[in-house]
Design a binder for this molecule. Structure first.
Ligand SMILES: *[C@@H]1O[C@H](CO)[C@@H](O)[C@H](O)[C@H]1NC(C)=O
Ligand SMILES: *[C@@H]1O[C@H](CO)[C@@H](O)[C@H](O)[C@H]1NC(C)=O
Ligand SMILES: *[C@@H]1O[C@H](CO)[C@@H](O)[C@H](O)[C@H]1NC(C)=O
Ligand SMILES: *[C@@H]1O[C@H](CO)[C@@H](O)[C@H](O)[C@H]1NC(C)=O
Length: 891
């Protein structure tokens, strides 16, 4: 076929181009410039030595990827050539005396970390942080010699940003409204600048935990209402600004422990809910114009609340004061009222109020004040009120019916506002003026002018030339097919070529582990791992000297124990470069038969398999009787800890969002295993204690001691049953027949644990509930009391419940009794996907993951001869719409 031929040449051409465009970038020249620019020369740096051997520099294949010069007492300027270090991932030069203009870091696509804080830099170029898709951490705080600069809006492209700290750094202008671009952003530090304007609305859809915006020179202004939807907040410093309006309801911010609101212009009554925040230990409110009752906090809360409240101790205010504050509240706490309405006696010089001799409010005059808002029904509580003047403002809403009950009312004047609703009927004795309110007493339905819209369509003639005419089209069907195919080919080719490039960038790196130089192969996709860096293993893997591990674990000290089990003990280790690792030391006794097999199986397997949702092996050690495996360290422990023992470990219960995202991570890890290199690996021991969580609560599957590859010709095999009770698929437990549906079953059990917060098997429960799967299936079958089965720590709004129900269905499906009724992992991933990270753009690794399965070792012409080209070109619509491009594997 002609297409195929054309395609073939197209490929060769692209491969040729690919080969020719290998860049010969010279990091040596850049590093020489850097050395020359710094004084004193950092220790261990010398022009006579290879820069990759310099201290504080790490290279891969001659390319610099880490420069770490923090606190070296160096001065000088950073050379603009720095940006040519195309592989640079991390630059740390904080706490020095570097000065002069900062270079632009634009388009350094590898850059993940940039620490520039505590220096004396003088200026920032416009395109400073442009085009940094992988930037995760940025810190430029305490550079108060910088000339004023603004937060660039192009930063929105750095969607992996987790921490942006630029306090005391001469920033001016507004905070851009781009926070829905940063799903990972946890820390935002912009204190001690000269920011102005209000808090951006997109804060509300962010996951920010620590928000430091205090001490702006002129002060941020506007309300702080958006805080009420920032449910992840834990530390909030907004003090010394110019915020106005009342403190919003923060009852959803259950992690908030430190709230600094002092020195603003906040008004109104402090919401009672603030006193119920479970984690709160630090709060300041002084130097605002807050009113109403003083909030009452527990003794453990460190507080400074100031003295604007009606009493100087907690407790309700006088009823008239309470009613009047409600009136002010419905007017949005206008500053004029706030300033004069303090204390607990409304007759004590409260500006537009007059009282009788008994201390009852008899008149309230709020005319011509430009007030907006509504008329408070609480006015009816001022039972002595005779005269009420609210005319000539912009008041909206109805006239409260309750005003008709005021026994002493003589005159009510509400004319010239924008009031609506029915006109209440007052006793004839009351002088009631309400003219100049356009909508008052009228039955208006807003938004409906029914007649005009419809006919307009008819104005467009039905034979609109623009609407196209299929018969007359000059483009033939074949041509369209051709174009579609061409587009598909281009997409696949571009992807293929970039994948090739990607794979080409694997490099060897020399790591100096305590005097011993070891060679490690680096694959970029392994390193970009939620911002954490781990060298990956070469196929030949690495053996780490026992001395290194002894030092790292403080001679396997008791304090370093992370956990233990039948296999042995896991220790926390710290390598010389600061990297934390988990060191699994097999029990001596376990080393004979079974243990040794598992040890070897795990090494053999993990050296081949790499995936961001599988815990990475960093190395191993065999020394006398000791068998050790070194893994990346997962700081948050196991999923089991977070589901069943969160209180004991001092964790917060997981939110539903976190749970779904963990489930998806696990499903992806298993999916990868099941299809790795077109083979079928079965984990056989999926359970919540084998699911580890990283700092940012991403999950990875661990413990590959039981992994088995299904023989090539069949997808099941028989084996000695191994695994964990409660997670064993029935057919596997009874016959030892293992298919990848064994993992799907166990994953379904994990889903049930995630939903219910109950263990797969819990001996402490009565018989009918102790086996989770049996109990759960009963519930699903009955269909009505799922709500009672859900983990009580989950906050169940309607949307969450709907999502939980869907996942519950999936869990039941995964644990179907008959293995062939269970879905495959690809289906599981597709079901879970929409519940987690809807908006997240795919990173290159994810694209690779999603469209993985390209066999790059197969030579191209062979791939062509090998497969049916006609078939490979017949992409169906479903495949183009984001399903796996399995056919692409044939290219
Ligand atoms: C701002 O940064 C300068 C320089 O690092 C430092 O001396 C000063 O104390 C900082 N100011 C604040 C308020 O932190
Ligand atoms: C509370 O604030 C004080 C003063 O700002 C600080 O010293 C203390 O560490 C804070 N406590 C907590 C738990 O944040
Ligand atoms: C008005 O008075 C009633 C009865 O004392 C009370 O329940 C209500 O909360 C008061 N409303 C306001 C806004 O003060
Ligand atoms: C008056 O209120 C109506 C709704 O009740 C609103 O549509 C209109 O914009 C308001 N007019 C002014 C001048 O505020």
């Amino acid at each position: 076929m002609a297409y195929a031929k054309a395609l073939f040449f197209f490929f060769r051409l692209l491969l040729l181009i690919n080969l020719l465009t290998v860049s010969f970038c010279d990091d040596a020249a850049v590093m020489a410039k850097l050395l020359a620019a710094l004084s004193p020369t950092p220790s261990g740096w010398s022009t006579s030595a290879d820069y990759c051997a310099w201290d504080y520099v790490a290279c891969q294949s001659g390319n610099v990827y880490i420069i770490s010069l923090a606190s070296q007492s160096i001065s000088g300027e950073l050379p603009s050539e720095l940006t040519q270090l195309a592989s640079l991932r991390s630059l740390s030069v904080q706490q020095n005396s570097l000065s002069g203009p900062l270079p632009s870091f634009a388009n350094m696509s590898s850059l993940e970390e940039l620490y520039l804080d505590s220096n004396e830099f003088s200026s920032i170029p416009q395109d400073f942080l442009l085009g940094l898709p992988n930037l995760g951490t940025f810190n430029i705080s305490d550079n108060d010699k910088l000339s004023p600069w603004q937060i660039p809006s192009y930063l929105a492209e750095s969607t992996y940003l987790g921490s942006f700290c630029a306090s005391n750094a001469s920033i001016i202008g507004a905070i851009p409204n781009f926070f829905n671009s940063f799903p990972n952003l946890r820390n935002l530090g912009l204190s001690y600048n000269n920011l102005a304007g209000s808090l951006p609305a997109s804060f509300g859809s962010s996951e920010i935990q620590n928000l430091w915006l205090n001490n702006q020179q002129q002060g941020l202004s506007g309300t702080i209402d958006v805080l009420s939807s920032m449910t992840q907040l834990s530390q909030v410093w907004l003090h010394a600004n110019a915020f106005t309006g009342p403190i919003p309801d923060l009852s959803k911010c259950v992690n908030l422990f430190d709230l600094q609101l002092r020195d603003n212009q906040l008004t109104g009554v402090v919401p009672v809910s603030i006193t119920g925040l479970p984690k709160l230990v630090n709060i300041t409110l002084q130097h605002n114009t807050l009113q109403g009752p003083m909030p009452e906090f527990g003794n453990n809360v460190k507080k400074n609340l100031g003295n604007g409240f009606c009493n100087d101790k907690p407790g309700p205010c006088d009823p008239q004061v309470t009613a009047l504050l409600a009136v002010a509240g419905d007017l949005g706490y206008p500053i004029t009222l706030v300033q004069s309405w303090h204390g607990n006696n409304a007759c004590n010089n409260w500006a537009p109020i007059s009282c009788d001799a008994q201390g009852n409010v008899i008149s309230l005059t709020l005319r011509k004040q430009g007030f907006s808002g509504t008329i408070s029904p609480a006015l009816a509580n001022l039972t002595s009120l005779r005269n009420l003047y609210l005319n000539d403002n912009n008041l909206t809403g109805p006239i409260p019916e309750s005003l008709t009950t005021l026994p002493n009312l003589q005159e009510l004047e509400v004319s010239n506002n924008n009031l609506s609703g029915p006109i209440p009927v007052f006793p004839p004795s009351v002088i009631f003026s309400h003219g100049g309110n356009l909508f008052l007493g009228k039955n208006v339905s807003i938004g409906g002018s029914p007649s005009s819209g419809q006919n307009s369509d008819a104005l467009i003639p039905s034979d609109n030339p623009l609407s196209g005419n299929s018969n007359g089209s000059s483009i033939s069907g074949g041509m369209i097919v051709g174009v579609v195919i061409a587009v598909v080919i281009v997409v696949v080719v571009v992807f293929f070529v970039s994948y090739k490039c990607y794979m080409k960038r694997q490099h060897k790196m020399k790591v100096n582990v305590n005097g011993t130089t070891v060679s490690i192969e680096i694959k970029k996709r392994d390193i970009v791992d939620y911002g954490r860096t781990f060298p990956a293993l070469e196929d030949g893997n690495i053996s780490i000297p026992i001395q290194v591990l002894q030092k790292a674990t403080n001679f396997f000290s008791h304090e370093n124990v992370l956990g233990s089990g039948g296999y042995g003990v896991v220790y926390l280790g710290k390598l010389d470069d600061g990297t934390k690792v988990a060191v699994k030391k097999m029990k001596d006794g376990a080393m004979h038969t079974k243990g040794m097999n598992e040890f070897q199986a795990e090494i053999a397997f993990l050296t081949k398999v790499r995936h961001r949702n599988l815990v990475a092996l960093i190395g191993y050690c065999i020394n006398d009787n000791n068998r050790l495996l070194v893994y990346e360290y997962m700081s948050q422990g196991t999923l089991g800890h977070h589901l069943f023992e969160w209180e004991k470990h001092g964790f917060d219960p997981l939110s539903w969002k976190q749970r779904v995202s963990i489930a998806l991570d696990v499903a992806r890890g298993i999916e990868y295993l099941h299809s790795f290199a077109h083979q079928n690996f079965i984990h056989r021991d999926i359970k919540s204690s084998n699911i580890l969580l990283s700092d940012d609560m991403r999950a990875k599957v661990a413990d590959f001691g039981l992994v088995r590859k299904a023989p090539n010709d069949k997808s099941s095999f028989e084996t000695r049953v191994a695994g964990t009770f409660g997670y064993l698929a029935p057919e596997y437990a009874t016959t030892g027949r293992a298919t990848n549906k064994v993992d799907v079953y166990a994953f379904g059990v994990v889903l049930m644990e995630i939903i219910t917060g109950k263990k797969a098997v819990d001996e402490t429960l009565p018989d009918e509930t102790c086996h989770l799967v049996t109990w759960f299936h009963k519930i699903i079958r009955r269909g009505h009391n799922l709500r009672n089965a859900i983990d009580p720590t989950l906050d169940l709004d309607d949307q969450t419940f709907e999502s939980v129900s869907k996942v519950a269905e999936l869990a039941a499906h995964c644990t179907a009794n008959k293995y062939f009724r269970r879905p495959n992992t690809e289906h599981v991933v597709n079901v879970l996907g929409p519940f987690a990270h809807k908006w997240k753009p795919l990173r290159p690794e994810e694209i690779e993951e999603k469209y993985g399965g390209l066999d790059l070792h197969m030579s191209l012409p062979l791939a062509f001869h090998d497969s049916s080209i006609d078939e490979s070109l017949s992409f169906t619509e479903a495949q183009l719409n984001g399903h796996r491009l399995n056919q692409s594997a044939q290219f």
